[in-house]
Design a protein. Sequence first.
Length: 144
Amino acid sequence: MSEIPFSEKPPESGVCKALGITYGEMTRGNFATHATVSAEHTNKGGVAHGALFSALLDTALGGALVSTLRKEEWCATAQLSVSFLEAGQIGSKLTARGRIVRRGKGVAHLAGEVTDQSDVVYATATGTWAIFAAKPANFPNKSE
C-alpha cells in the first residue's frame, strides 16, 4: 500500500481544545468544526463572543485547504473577514463548514458559515490563505 501524499485530518490544536472546538468531517476541499456555546464562551451581554465564531471559521476554512495540501506543503491565513449575523445563546450547537472557492499554486480563497442545529446562520466568512511548498525552517514540529 502506498503512502497517501495528501494531508490528513490533524488532532485539534491547542486553541481549539481551549475553546472546546472539535473537528468534524474532512473531505477534499471541505472541513467542519463544532462547538456548543457554554457560559465560558459568552461576552458581557451573555451571548457567544465573536472570537468563538472567528476561531470556528478560521479553523474550518483552513482545514478545507489543508485537505488538498500535499503532506510537505503548508498554509497560513493571510486574511479573514467575518460577518456576524445572529447572537449565539448558551446551549447552541454550532457547526462551521469551510470550502474552497478557488485555489491556485500559492494562494487560495475560501468561504464558510456557522450554523446551529436548526440551520440558523450565525456568521459567515471569506478568507485568503497563502500556500507554501514546505513548512518554514524555524517552524516548531517541522517534521510533522
